[in-house]
Design a protein around this ligand. Structure first.
Ligand code: GYE
Length: 327
């Protein structure tokens, strides 16, 4: 009797082993007829290359795709929404497995995103959000909280200036989420300090060249009143610093300068004593983007807003941390 049980157990184990062998993954290299493992194809519509931050983001997403063997179709829209819509339309026609979109502005996406949804292609928004009446048109947003960044900048400036400052603001691209929200958060805090006012505010499109240009105009009309500069990104702050330097106005000392991003150039300017502080905004989103795509394709639920956590860096500690900065 006992031997029969043992024999049955042996047979059972043998069966299980056989089943496991049948399930062993095929590599696609066994010759004709073997199933070929399909490469994941992802379309990435990028805003452009207006700032050091954006270049770091592009490199992070491209590098991660390469590392994971993902075929990345990359389209640079040169700052134009029409080009992004064109890129998305083409990704849909090519039946990509997922779309990654860094939307230049907040509005105007519903039509093209509805097409992506109808084609069953998940859309992952990176670094900037959109305004839509139908939240189901995108899967998730992977980004920083820009309102919070604006608040952090204003709180720091209030402390630094004892709540008294004539502020000149350089805004990001008109209609872009980080421009709208960084202004909103900053103004929210300023409302608590009656002697801190934004005297002039203008868009400089997130670029260094325009930051310099707009600052030159501010200096021309308001030279004696300028006490602080708040720039929505480091590139514009670096342009403004150049304008202040050329006008002999001592940025970082006589004029307090604060911005957002935390790129290498900002740390160098802090070490040189020209920039006072920067609120970091993480552009190294590649690993998180592809982890999220993998989860979505496996049918797992993901958060609607996957938030990066940022911190503020000051001139006083810049020299200590500059070596460990990754972008
Ligand atoms: O801060 C700025 C850029 O969308 C968060 O875009 C991004 C912003 C970033 O060009 O430098």
């Amino acid at each position: 009797m006992r031997w029969m049980i043992v024999a049955a157990m042996v047979a059972l184990v043998g069966c299980k082993q056989q089943a496991a062998e049948n399930k062993a993954p095929t590599t696609g290299a066994e010759g004709a007829g073997a199933p070929v493992v399909k490469k994941l194809t992802v379309g990435f519509s990028q805003v452009g290359a207006e700032s050091a931050w954006r270049t770091a983001e592009t490199n992070s997403i491209r590098g991660e795709a390469e590392k994971r063997g993902v075929e990345l179709k990359f389209a640079d829209a040169q700052g134009k929404q029409a080009q992004q819509i064109q890129a998305l339309t083409s990704f849909i026609a090519q039946k990509v497995d997922a779309i990654v979109l860094a939307p230049v502005v907040e509005t105007g996406w519903d039509v093209v995103l509805t097409r992506a949804k109808e084609a069953n292609i998940p859309v992952i928004l990176v670094d900037r959000g959109i305004k839509t009446s139908d939240e189901s048109l995108y899967t998730t947003l992977i980004a920083s909280d820009f309102v919070e960044e604006g608040r952090m900048a204003a709180e720091w400036l209030a402390k630094k200036t004892n709540g008294k400052a004539n502020v000149y603001e350089l805004q990001g691209t008109t209609g872009a989420a980080p421009a709208i929200d960084r202004k909103k958060g900053f103004e929210e805090v300023l409302a608590k300090y009656p002697d801190m006012k934004i005297i002039k505010s203008q868009s400089a499109d997130f670029t260094r060249a325009k930051g310099k240009e707009v600052m030159e105009a501010f200096i021309k009309s308001d030279r004696e009143q300028i006490q602080a500069v708040y720039a929505h990104n480091d590139d514009m702050a670096l342009g403004a610093i150049q304008a202040l330097d050329e006008a002999g106005m001592n940025p970082g000392k006589d004029v307090t300068v604060i911005s957002v991003d935390g790129v290498k150039g900002a740390f160098e300017a802090m070490v040189a004593g020209k920039l006072n502080a920067t609120v970091e905004c993480n552009p190294l989103l590649g690993p998180l983007v592809f982890d999220t795509i993998t989860k979505v394709r496996a049918g797992e639920k993901v958060e609607k807003f996957i938030k990066s956590h940022d911190q503020l860096f000051e001139q006083t500690t810049a020299a200590q941390v500059i070596g460990s900065r990754e972008y």
